[in-house]
Design a protein around this ligand. Structure first.
Ligand SMILES: NC(=O)c1ccc[n+]([C@@H]2O[C@H](COP(=O)([O-])OP(=O)(O)OC[C@H]3O[C@@H](n4cnc5c(N)ncnc54)[C@H](OP(=O)(O)O)[C@@H]3O)[C@@H](O)[C@H]2O)c1
Length: 360
């Protein structure tokens, strides 16, 4: 168990990301200790920190599909996060739950918690009136919501903090769609590529949010809001890789023959025209669009391989050759590393404010 000098972390959501994060915190020689682990079934909590063996036991149970609720020392699920908060508590939202924004705003407003780190995109994509307070709040971080472990949002924050002005952004923001587009452009049928993507863990068993472009639309809204353009999700012009009506047909054996045919034709035409196709988000202060885009073969986005993400950020300082960030943009380990980096950043800030470590 780590000392009372540590900052306290409560991880809400123990899926692939939450579990990977808990393991990384245990291994890291950081001033962080886990005091709470929560899923939909319950909460394990101890104000002086959960023992390493209890954390391991809980993570093993979760990996096998059980609930925290079955652990003998578990408490009922938390409804008010602020009840657990002290000025040394850092909360992590590693759920995929909707309706969390108000709870996190309450934590920040009423309890003075050390901070909130989001892997969950949904709290950042509610109506601006609800999500707005989370953006640019000094004690909120959300690096992993776009590009997983890639330093995209911290780079934007640093550009803005040093007086630069973002003018537009272009991004390949989905590892799943990147993989599918690459496979189809190499001549594989969309349906076969999708089955492979699910088997390899690149796509969710229900891939509808990815295929319909809704997940990329959320990331685009987060990027837009992060640079001060408070767009709504409903403002996004969205074309799915396949239309919403085809995006999920209820079973892995769903009939994607129409999508197979349409995408094969589209990519064959692009081949004839000597251009590439990528699934891109284009973000300006006036307009956000997500969908398939025809691009020059020399465009750096044309060279993206596998599940790679890339963003090009045009600013006043980088007007012609944009600032570009690229690399693996998904996966529980890299996502958890992005969350851990946010936690360490908030812990450092908290130390600078002199709120901890506790001198006891
Ligand atoms: N996987 C990636 O590569 C990646 C990359 C970037 C961002 N993200 C984001 O990170 C988040 C977590 O991803 P994941 O892959 O770990 O998801 P996941 O495997 O579906 O796990 C979600 C976890 O959240 C818990 N949960 C849901 N609603 C809750 C609630 N109201 N209160 C407490 N716990 C709740 C679930 O509890 P039960 O176990 O009880 O069902 C589950 O443990 C998602 O928002 C995802 O979009 C993931």
């Amino acid at each position: 168990m780590k000392s009372d000098r540590s900052l306290d972390v409560v991880i809400v959501g123990l899926g692939r990301v939450g579990r990977a994060l808990a393991k990384q915190i245990q291994k890291a020689d950081s001033q962080l200790r886990i005091v709470g682990l929560a899923d939909r079934g319950g909460l394990l909590y101890h104000e002086r920190g959960l023992s390493a063996s209890l954390v391991d036991e809980a993570l093993s149970a979760k990996a096998e599909g059980s609930s925290i609720g079955i652990c003998p020392s578990a408490l009922p699920p938390i409804y008010r996060f602020s009840d657990l908060a002290t000025s040394r508590t850092l909360f992590v939202d590693a759920t995929a739950a909707s309706g969390m924004a108000a709870g996190w705003c309450e934590v920040l407003a009423s309890s003075g918690a050390a901070g909130v780190v989001l892997a969950n995109k949904l709290p950042l994509c509610e109506a601006w009136s609800v999500s707005g307070p989370l953006f640019n709040h000094p004690r909120v971080r959300y690096e992993a919501t776009v590009g997983a472990g890639l330093p995209i949002l911290s780079t934007l924050r640093s550009l803005l903090a040093t007086g630069d002005l973002v003018t537009r952004m272009r991004g390949a923001l989905s590892g799943t769609l990147g993989y599918l587009v690459n496979q189809v452009s190499e001549g594989h049928a969309f349906s076969a590529a999708l089955s492979d993507a699910i088997a390899l863990g690149y796509a969710e068993p229900d891939p509808s949010a990815d295929l319909g472009g809704r997940d990329v639309a959320r990331k685009a809204v987060i990027l837009s809001r992060a640079v001060g353009w408070p767009a709504e999700l409903s403002d996004v012009e969205r074309d799915g890789l396949v239309p919403d009506s085809d995006a999920y047909q209820g079973a892995p054996s769903a009939d994607y023959s129409s999508a197979d045919r349409k995408l094969k034709e589209l990519f064959a035409d692009a081949d004839c025209d000597g251009i590439a196709i990528r699934y891109l988000a284009q973000i300006t202060p006036e307009r956000i669009s997500v969908g398939l885009a025809r691009i020059d073969l020399h465009d750096p986005f044309a060279a993206l391989a596998g599940t790679e993400n890339r963003i090009a950020i045009h600013t006043r300082r980088y007007p012609i050759h944009p600032l570009a960030i690229a690399g693996p943009g998904a996966g529980p380990e890299t996502t958890a590393a992005g969350v851990l980096s946010d936690l360490i950043d908030l812990a450092e800030k908290s130390k600078l404010r002199g709120e901890n470590p506790c001198p006891c």
